[in-house]
Design a binder for this molecule. Structure first.
Ligand SMILES: Cc1cc2nc3c(=O)[nH]c(=O)nc-3n(C[C@H](O)[C@H](O)[C@H](O)COP(=O)(O)OP(=O)(O)OC[C@H]3O[C@@H](n4cnc5c(N)ncnc54)[C@H](O)[C@@H]3O)c2cc1C
Length: 403
């Protein structure tokens, strides 16, 4: 693969960067992670920024023009993400929309569903959440028990989801439920698009180890949804859920934000001391920084490789697990290293006047634990890589359960 940008791709970067810098200059301060109480302000910022991207033709770079996308290339999409993430220009509250819901609606939705949902996703007016996990169905998603029962032209939904990120601000939800309890568990599932303002939905935020309430419990109590809100056919839930997870494992990897993290670690190493000298002069610290720099660059090339599969119009495959396992474990190690660099200061959180960079790394360190769980745990990614990429035999415990 040729990693050099073509003249057209370089021209796209040259056109986009001044536009982005202009918007940032005009908008002023971006609300940050520590303004936990300013969540509404952060979400409003996201919606406004996304609308600007949409109006300027920079939303949904690879998505079809007829649904509000740009009809551009994956490399252009990569350039745009990289430039936005490098500047932390906008906190993306709609990763689930762009990374999952959009992909499966374009792949499995009717023309009416694409018309209704894709432009509203791209222009920032609708944020999405993902109702998959339940108290007794996480890694084993097919064991889920939230039930949808057909009643005339509607389905009536009862049950509970958990760890539903962004549900407290989401306008729409991709929801997988059981429509047939009498067939093998993978076959009895169906996939719906749910308006989060429908009566019968109760969202209860859960506070994470970071102190943020990013995810929620979501209860469904006789919630009615019309048949037209189903994606695909009844019984297609497993197929579409698996496609969603494949999209998710590609989507959550963000080279630009890791580039920013590694640049930040170099700065941190210049500003803290080791044995009375700037830590960056310590050979062991230099070696670790060099290693992380290499790993972030490897991530970039892996991302390009996997994107080239999408470029050929293919649905993402199980090899997305390699990327997800790689970046989530790498990020955990990078944030642990930041704690090591800060020395005794690492114990101070945002709010302490002595905390370095107002506790930014403490937040990132605590949040990085969740990276190895969300979108499928590291153990599950290893199983997928072993079985579905390398073709190894199924893990003994699961094979025994299935018998
Ligand atoms: C920050 C965050 C955000 C999330 N957002 C969402 C969301 O928006 N929507 C949503 O639906 N879900 C979301 N989740 C839930 C996430 O998908 C699940 O937590 C994850 O799939 C694991 O499921 P579980 O928590 O039930 O753990 P379990 O499946 O009970 O696993 C417990 C432990 O057992 C291990 N394990 C399980 N099965 C196997 C096996 N076969 N082989 C080896 N080890 C195994 C796991 O690796 C794990 O260590 C989120 C989670 C986090 C942390």
């Amino acid at each position: 693969m040729d990693f050099n940008l073509s003249p057209e791709e370089e021209a796209f970067r040259q056109e986009f960067v001044p536009w982005l810098e202009g918007v940032i200059a005009e908008k002023g301060k971006i609300p940050t992670f520590k303004d936990a109480e300013a969540l509404d302000e952060r979400v409003a910022w996201y919606r406004e920024m996304q609308k600007k991207l949409f109006d300027a033709g920079y939303a949904g770079i690879t998505w079809p023009k007829e649904y509000g996308g740009r009809g551009g290339t994956l490399i252009e999409s990569f350039i745009l993400d990289e430039e936005i993430q490098k500047r932390a220009a906008v906190e993306n509250f709609n990763g689930i929309g762009f990374g999952m819901a959009g992909g499966v609606i374009l792949a499995f939705g009717t023309d009416e569903q694409k018309d209704r949902y894709i432009p509203a996703m791209l222009n920032g007016s609708e944020i999405w959440c993902q109702g998959f996990s339940e108290p007794n169905a996480g890694s084993d998603l097919a064991a889920l028990s939230t039930r949808a029962v057909k009643d005339g032209d509607d389905y009536v939904i009862n049950g509970q989801k958990v760890w539903t990120s962004m549900a407290q601000m989401a306008d729409q939800c991709i929801l997988v439920v059981r429509t047939d309890p009498d067939v093998p568990k993978h076959k009895g599932l169906s996939f719906f698009i749910i308006d989060m303002k429908t009566p019968g939905i109760d969202v209860r935020p859960l506070v994470q180890i970071t102190g943020d309430a990013e995810f929620n419990e979501v209860y469904f109590d006789d919630m009615r949804v019309p048949r037209t809100q189903m994606l695909g056919e009844e019984g297609d839930g497993w197929k579409i859920s698996i496609a969603t997870l494949m999209f998710e494992r590609y989507a959550v990897s963000q080279y630009g934000s890791f580039r920013r993290s590694i640049d930040g670690l170099f700065e941190l190493a210049k500003n803290v001391t080791r044995n009375g000298r700037p830590a960056i002069e310590d050979p062991v610290i230099r070696q670790k920084l060099g290693q992380f720099h290499i790993e972030v660059e490897i991530l970039k090339h892996n991302t390009m490789r996997s994107r080239s599969k999408l470029l050929k119009g293919e649905v993402p495959g199980p090899e997305g697990s390699i990327e997800k396992l790689y970046w989530s474990e790498m990020n955990k190690a990078m944030q642990e290293f930041a704690m090591e660099l800060e020395g005794p200061y690492h114990q101070l959180m945002s709010g302490s006047k002595w905390a370095l960079q107002d506790g930014m790394y403490q937040f990132a360190f605590l949040r990085s634990r969740g990276n190895t769980i969300e979108a499928g745990t590291s153990e599950i990614q290893k199983n997928i890589i072993g079985e579905r990429v390398l073709g190894l035999p199924k893990d003994a415990a699961r094979a025994a359960v299935k018998k």
